[in-house]
Design a protein around this ligand. Structure first.
Ligand code: MN
Length: 501
């Protein structure tokens, strides 16, 4: 990828109109001006980073405000430019997206955490619980702060490029960023059904977090993949011929397992690589759901399937929206091979997830046949629910049981000045925050700053606020506080203070 806006326009001109493309050019010129003189650690001009981010989104055919916002996604942090300025110049929609991405930059794994391989492998008990809780909060917060899914897509594209250029960063930073990628960004990509991106992010983070395991897996894969791929190539040829004979139009190809997910699977099977049948799987993509089942029949008719390994994720799709037929068969010469069968539309959704929503252009007209199948994309349902939560409308009836997940109604996530995430009930105040840190901090709270501005102690906190408590050692709790505090912890401590004094 070069640092050239023309590469982006070449793509956007195929699906956006003149006005839209002008917005993109204008955003590019502004970003270039603001970032001029700035360099990346890689030695590239800074503008290369937003351009690459925008390029990834153009490939997913995102709309003009999203592309413009991705070009401008780092201008607020790196300069005195304000959101108001972006709004006046590029419109409310672009400004809202830039603002969202800028706010998400606050979501950070603890900087002071000692990130070594120990973290996941060796820490246990309470320490591990605290770590997992922290990461879980970050993930929830990340999503709770996002009212528009395009913000997440920009953030994910931004992270992908940062991971691709991670080797240029100082060592300590590498570990923290790789850890965040593994713990927060990859799971979010998965949740949004973006399988391909999830695999890419994990594989980019893998060597920084588990260097020794990475080396082992890399070596192992170098020794087994070529032979396996060779075999799959031959099997694919046979399948293509058979499909042609039955007049089923199909694309047949091999897909290699990502290294990180290979490592996880090897761990699951206690190191026995012979139990992993999808090192290189065969993928067959057809035009209609009907053809999927025809192909499955054809395969089972020719190759004996392994019992218990036939999965119909079309009839019963995975909670993240994934659809395909999976089967594992004894292929030529008795070798065990996994085969995945899906339509183009399912394929697109499996690779791009929620982003497929923007990607109408590649959905072949034949695949449109699939539209008559009642398929409500869970990713969209889930995000809709998320949006509804933001609007404070609650309709739990509509929420299907499979999609409950770790949902976070009635919670907010705020930061300490050091960047720790504190989880509080909705409508909490600085007093609730103070008591959640420590009872003495609550008792001696005399004022508070939110996002570096003085506020009243009964003001309502919002997701992503950075809260600082001011303490006066002569200060004591006020009975009035009971009227507005939300958390049980604060209530109990205040009541305890008055019953003891
Ligand atoms: Mn960035």
């Amino acid at each position: 990828m070069s640092c050239n806006i023309d590469d982006i326009l070449k793509i956007t001109k195929t699906y956006l109109n003149k006005n839209d493309n002008e917005l993109i050019i204008k955003a590019f010129n502004e970003a270039k001006k603001i970032h001029s003189g700035e360099m990346r650690h890689s030695g590239d001009e800074y503008i290369c980073h937003p351009i690459t981010t925008a390029y990834y989104l153009a490939k997913e055919n995102l709309d003009a405000p999203a592309i413009a916002a991705s070009l401008l996604h780092d201008v607020i942090e790196n300069s005195p430019v304000s959101i108001k300025y972006i709004k006046d110049k590029f419109g409310a929609e672009t400004a809202m997206l830039v603002d969202g991405v800028t706010k998400l930059n606050k979501v950070r794994i603890k900087q002071n955490w000692n990130f070594t391989e120990k973290i996941i492998n060796h820490i246990t008990g309470r320490q591990k619980k605290i770590f997992e809780q922290h990461v879980d909060n970050l993930r929830k917060m990340f999503l709770a702060m996002t009212k528009d899914v395009r913000v997440i897509l920009i953030k994910l594209a931004d992270r992908l490029h940062n991971m691709q250029t991670l080797k240029f960063l100082p060592k300590q930073k590498q570990k923290i960023i790789a850890q965040e990628t593994l713990e927060i960004y990859a799971p979010i990509a998965y949740r949004l059904g973006m399988g391909e991106l999830k695999g890419k992010l994990e594989d980019l983070a893998f060597p920084y977090i588990y260097p020794n395991e990475y080396k082992k897996i890399k070596k192992l894969s170098n020794s087994i993949f070529p032979k396996k791929e060779n075999y799959i190539d031959k099997f694919n040829e046979i399948l293509r011929k058979k499909l042609k004979e039955t007049n089923i139009k199909a694309n047949v190809h091999g897909r290699k397992k990502h290294l990180y997910s290979l490592w996880q699977k090897i761990n699951k099977y206690h190191g026995d690589i012979n139990k992993i049948y999808d090192l290189v799987a065969i993928r067959i993509i057809v035009d209609s759901t009907e053809d999927c089942y025809k192909v499955l029949g054809l395969i089972h008719n020719n190759y004996k399937p392994l019992v218990g390994r036939i999965k119909d994720y079309i009839a019963v799709y995975k909670p993240n929206g994934y659809r395909s037929l999976h089967t594992t068969v004894f292929g030529p010469e008795g070798e065990i091979v996994e085969i995945q069968i899906r339509t183009w539309q399912m394929h697109e959704q499996a690779e791009m997830g929620i982003a497929a929503h923007w990607h109408y252009s590649t959905i072949k007209s034949d695949a449109e046949k699939d539209k008559n199948i009642k398929y409500k994309n869970p990713q969209t349902v889930w995000l809709k629910e998320l949006a509804r939560w933001h609007d404070k409308i609650q309709d739990p009836e509509e929420w299907t049981s499979g999609l409950k997940m770790d949902f976070f109604k009635d919670q907010i996530f705020v930061f300490t000045p050091k960047g720790d995430v504190i989880n509080l009930p909705a409508d909490s105040t600085p007093i609730d925050f103070a008591y959640s840190i420590h009872s003495e901090i609550g008792n001696k709270c005399s004022g508070a700053k939110v996002n570096e501005k003085m506020v009243k102690i009964d003001s309502i906190l919002k997701n992503g606020d950075i809260v600082e408590v001011l303490i006066n050692k002569n200060s004591t709790p006020k009975k009035d506080w009971l009227k507005f505090v939300k958390s049980a912890k604060a209530k109990n401590h205040i009541k305890a203070f008055f019953s003891n004094n």
